[in-house]
Design a protein around this ligand. Structure first.
Ligand SMILES: NC(=O)c1ccc[n+]([C@@H]2O[C@H](COP(=O)([O-])OP(=O)(O)OC[C@H]3O[C@@H](n4cnc5c(N)ncnc54)[C@H](OP(=O)(O)O)[C@@H]3O)[C@@H](O)[C@H]2O)c1
Length: 254
C-alpha cells in the first residue's frame, strides 16, 4: 500500500528524544524524508540510522534553535538538501516548574527562549517553504504543528511560566492559522498530557519529587501516542484541517 507522506519532507525540532524522536519515526514510516534538529548529535545520528531502514532519507541537524541563526539554518538546510519542506513539527521544549516566589529567572529565560522564541524563528523561516509546498504536488497542502500541552489550557500552581509559554503558543497558532489557511497551510496545536519522556528530568530534585507525588501512579502516555496523533493530523485530505488535539492519559484529571 502506498505510504501517505511519500514525496514529502518534514522537519522535527527536538528530535533527539521523547515525542520528537517518536514523531520523526512515525512520519518516516509514512514515507516522508525527515530532518532531525536538536543539540545531541549522537542521538540524532542513531535515529537517522533507524530512519534510513524505512527507505527514506534523514538529515541530521545539530542546532541550538534558541539561537535565531541556528533556527533559520535548520530550516534552510532542510529545504536545500531535500528541495522542499511540507511539514514542520515545532516540538522542542523545556518545562522547569516551581514557585514564582524566589524563582530562578534563568529557568524562565530558558523556557521563553525555547518554547516561544525558537518556535517563532523556526516558523518564520519555514513559512515561505510551506506556502510553496502548499502550491505543489503531491499534496497541495502543508502543515505546521506546534506542540503545546495540557498546560496550554489549564494553569496550575508551580507552573506559571511554563503555562505562560504554552498558552502563548496557542494564541500564536490560532492567529497564524487565520493568516495562512486560505493558502492551504494548516496550523495545528497538539496538547499532550503527562507523557513518559525525559522532560521532568530537567527539573531540580525537589520539583521532580513534587511532580511525582502530584501525578502518583498515573499510567502515562507514550511518545508514540502523540506521534500517532500528529500523523493523523498531517495525513488528512487537503480540505480537512485538524486545528487542535488535546490528548490526556485516561487517568489524568487536569
Ligand atoms: N512529556 C510530557 O509530559 C509533555 C506533556 C505536554 C507537552 N510536552 C511537550 O512536548 C515537547 C517535547 O518534549 P518531550 O516530553 O519529548 O521532552 P524531551 O524528551 O526532554 O525532549 C525535548 C527535546 O527538545 C530538544 N531541545 C532542548 N533544547 C533545545 C535547543 N536549545 N535546541 C534544539 N533542541 C532542543 C531536546 O534535544 P537536545 O537536548 O538534544 O537539544 C529534546 O530532543 C515539549 O514542547 C514539551 O513541552 C511534553
Amino acid at each position: 500500500m502506498a505510504r501517505k507522506l511519500e514525496g514529502t519532507v518534514a522537519l522535527v525540532t527536538g528530535a533527539s528524544s521523547g515525542i520528537g524522536e517518536a514523531t520523526a519515526l512515525a512520519l518516516a514510516a509514512e514515507g516522508a524524508h525527515v530532518a532531525l534538529a536538536a543539540r545531541r548529535r549522537d542521538r540524532l545520528e542513531a535515529l537517522a540510522e533507524r530512519i534510513g531502514a524505512l527507505d527514506v532519507k534523514a538529515l541530521v541537524l545539530e542546532a541550538d534553535i534558541t539561537q535565531p541563526a541556528d533556527a533559520r539554518d535548520a530550516v534552510e538546510k532542510t529545504a536545500s538538501e531535500f528541495g522542499r519542506l511540507d511539514i514542520v513539527v515545532n516540538n522542542a521544549g523545556v518545562m522547569l516548574l516551581g514557585p514564582v516566589v524566589g524563582a530562578d529567572p534563568g529557568e524562565w529565560q530558558r523556557m521563553v527562549d525555547l518554547n516561544v522564541n525558537a518556535l517563532l524563528h523556526v516558523s518564520l523561516a519555514a513559512l515561505p517553504h510551506l506556502l510553496n509546498a502548499a502550491q505543489s504536488e503531491p499534496r497541495r497542502v502543508a502543515d505546521l504543528i506546534n506542540i503545546s500541552s495540557t498546560a496550554g489550557r489549564t494553569a496550575r500552581a508551580m507552573s506559571g511560566v511554563y503555562n505562560l509559554t504554552k498558552f502563548g503558543i496557542g494564541a500564536f497558532s490560532e492567529s497564524l492559522r487565520q493568516e495562512v489557511t486560505k493558502r492551504h497551510v494548516r496550523v495545528a496545536l497538539v496538547e499532550p498530557g503527562a507523557t513518559s519522556t525525559e522532560l521532568l528530568g530537567q527539573n531540580r530534585p525537589a520539583v521532580q519529587e513534587m511532580l511525582r507525588s502530584r501525578l502518583g501512579e498515573l499510567e502515562r502516555l507514550e511518545s508514540a501516542d502523540i506521534a500517532n496523533a500528529i500523523v493523523y493530523v498531517v495525513t488528512q485530505p487537503r480540505h480537512v484541517a485538524i486545528n487542535e488535539i488535546l490528548i490526556r492519559p485516561t487517568e489524568q484529571e487536569y
